[in-house]
Write a protein that binds this ligand. Structure first.
Ligand SMILES: [Fe+2]
Length: 186
């Protein structure tokens, strides 16, 4: 089956498991594609980015309800469990024969530019560009969405937090995101 047919199907599974995933995936996808275009990605890479963004958290289908729906902060063990969603997502997509570039983007979407991310502590430009883009827009959407233990940050507060933590992000992409984010959104 073609990836363009499989992606909506996989997205639906994720949405059934986690009702909030739909809005998050759509928002991340919109922002990722805007940033990707601004950065000058080729149409092929933009398609990889779009597909990966739509299902980037698919590995969460294999995480327990208790951890997935927990309202408070995670314990260390729970945090290690949630980190598994990157590996589980990549493994799941391997069985479906999805484009390896989409799988690689999903595997790396929580890697930090300074090498402190997960699951493999990949660093700098060794992280695929699509995953570096997702890391930025995924963080922004998470910060501007409410959590059980805190209300949503305003866009300005979210950008302030990301500026403080800038070592996690590709500097070229972060600068571009700040620039167009300030021009395009409110
Ligand atoms: Fe994720």
């Amino acid at each position: 089956m073609k990836d363009s047919n499989l992606i909506p199907f996989i997205g639906k599974i994720l949405q059934m498991r986690d009702p909030h995933a739909d809005r998050h995936s759509d928002h991340v996808c919109d922002l990722a594609c805007l940033l990707g275009k601004e950065f000058g990605l080729s149409p092929k890479r933009l398609e990889i980015l779009e597909f990966a963004a739509k299902i980037h958290d698919i590995g969460k289908v294999a995480i327990s309800d208790y951890v997935l729906n927990k309202q408070g902060r995670y314990t260390e063990t729970e945090y290690l469990t949630i980190q598994q969603h990157t590996l589980l997502g990549a493994k799941l997509l391997e069985t479906l024969g999805i484009d390896p570039a989409i799988r690689l983007t999903i595997l790396n979407h929580h890697e930090n530019y300074d090498g402190t991310g997960y699951p493999n502590k990949v660093k700098g430009d060794d992280i695929p560009v699509e995953a570096r883009i997702l890391r930025i827009v995924d963080t922004y959407d998470a910060l501007t969405s409410p959590r059980g233990y805190r209300p949503a940050y305003t866009p300005e507060q979210a950008l302030g937090i990301m500026k403080r933590d800038e070592r996690f992000f590709d500097p070229k992409l972060l600068e571009l995101f700040f620039k167009f984010r300030l021009e395009t959104f409110n």
